[in-house]
Write a protein that binds this ligand. Structure first.
Ligand SMILES: Cc1cc2nc3c(=O)[nH]c(=O)nc-3n(C[C@H](O)[C@H](O)[C@H](O)COP(=O)(O)OP(=O)(O)OC[C@H]3O[C@@H](n4cnc5c(N)ncnc54)[C@H](O)[C@@H]3O)c2cc1C
Length: 391
């Protein structure tokens, strides 16, 4: 027996789950959004997120952008290949846009989406852990534990999994394909001798890519290293850490003079064999978890959420039922190219550029030179990064 019935229940109130609820705020459907964490104080994750210009446009439309306390515009992306020839520079004019992207951090984005979601009619419950769910042809059912320990059961016409990929294994006809990179990403706020803003650096090294993203006139670091090396780097005293970073990145920004708190994230490619099942849709990291190279994961997840919301709205405006096999198939087809493209793009970048084979690294360097000299390819790559498959 269900305590309550909804049109839509979203499992996971992370950035993608909240964005989806916001995209549906004017649709008239009843929405339950369940988030395991007690918010927003419990979210202390300051990983940097490079948001594409396309994501900026969506977040602006959702009303969340104006709530962001900090963001830094990217007008140039400098891509290089450590130890080999070849580099390319992408500028706003290459893609005919005013900005290539914006750098924010996870906590600020979470907070902005949280504040905006509270202004809507969404039934947003925090400290609510979904334990299990099931479906039949008509409805989805789930049970969750509230922060006071009581258990609730609800039903909905559509269950949306936005939980980062934790509960997907409960769905019988979906499994996850997983490839471990044996790499971690180390993140920290870094101050360099050279103060500048607007330029993002992505440098490929045989140990993995390293990115320094503009954050005001400082930088947000995403340094990929083997699991073993990352654990050691995370333990270094600040001064030795900054020296090691300088040795690894090079002297383009002079010495690194200050570091904030460091965090480490194990990296994996994990994706669901399908993003739909009976009365269920998967969005964001629940559908695909990517390597952070080229900053694609959240941007892709946000497009999942936005396009699902559009399909739901179209379905409603045609006076049809939501969550039917026909509606879900439409969602699967619409996301196929963008999702598989994002996956292949990041995975190929990691595998091609993170290796010690000189011939391959020379070819990668040559491809950066070609990219730098052929404006139409540059435009294609820049727009693909900004707008996904539609670019
Ligand atoms: C180091 C690093 C750097 C990155 N940089 C970029 C970047 O530059 N650009 C970019 O686009 N992406 C980047 N990403 C990827 C990005 O962080 C993710 O794609 C994004 O956070 C996914 O959002 P999500 O809402 O799908 O999942 P999550 O952020 O994992 O949120 C899932 C939510 O579901 C909740 N939840 C889980 N289980 C339950 C349950 N049982 N019941 C209720 N709630 C539950 C969790 O508490 C959480 O709040 C980066 C990732 C890393 C690790």
């Amino acid at each position: 027996m269900s305590d309550k019935n909804y049109d839509i229940a979203i499992i996971g109130g992370g950035p993608v789950g909240m964005a989806l609820a916001l995209a549906l705020r004017l649709s008239g459907v009843s929405i339950l959004l369940l988030e395991a964490r007690g918010l927003p104080e419990k979210v202390d994750d300051i990983r940097p997120l490079a948001l594409s210009h396309g994501s900026y446009l969506i977040l602006n439309r959702l009303g969340a952008w104006r709530k962001l306390s900090r963001s830094t515009l990217i007008n140039t992306i400098h891509i290089s290949n450590k130890g080999y020839l070849g580099r390319t520079v992408l500028r706003t004019q290459d893609a005919d846009v005013n900005a290539l992207g914006h750098v924010v951090n996870y906590f600020d984005l979470f907070h902005a989406l949280f504040e905006t979601t509270l202004e809507t009619q969404t039934d947003y419950q925090t400290g609510a852990i979904v334990n299990t769910f099931s479906t039949d042809e008509q409805l989805g059912y789930l049970s969750y534990t509230q922060s006071d320990g009581t258990e609730k059961k609800i039903s909905a016409k559509l269950l949306i999994l936005a939980d980062g990929g934790r509960l997907g294994n409960l769905i019988e006809d979906i499994s996850y394909q997983t490839a471990e990179y044996d790499q971690w990403a180390i993140t920290a706020n870094i101050q360099a001798e050279t103060r500048q803003t607007g330029i993002a650096y992505e440098r490929f090294t045989s140990d993995g890519p390293i990115a320094l993203l503009p954050s005001g006139d400082d930088f947000s670091l995403v340094w990929t290293a083997s699991t073993e090396a990352a654990k050691e780097i995370l333990m270094l005293p600040d001064e030795q850490f900054l020296e090691r970073l300088h040795d690894h990145f090079g002297d383009r920004l002079g010495k690194f003079v200050h570091t904030g708190k460091r965090s480490g994230f194990p990296l994996v490619l994990k994706y669901a064999t399908s993003n739909i099942s009976q009365r269920i849709a998967l969005v964001g990291n629940a559908a695909q978890t990517l390597h952070p190279v080229a900053g694609q994961g959240f941007n892709l997840g946000l497009r999942d959420a936005y396009e699902l919301a559009q399909i739901i709205q179209d379905t409603l405006s045609e006076h049809k039922e939501i969550g039917t096999p026909g509606m879900l198939k439409q969602f699967r087809e619409k996301r196929r190219l963008d999702s598989s493209g994002g996956r292949a793009f990041t995975d190929t970048l990691v595998k091609l550029f993170s290796n010690d084979i000189p011939l391959v690294r020379h070819l990668c360097g040559a491809s950066l030179i070609v990219l730098d000299n052929l404006p139409f390819i540059k435009r294609f790559v820049a727009r693909r990064m900004i707008f996904g498959a539609r670019g």
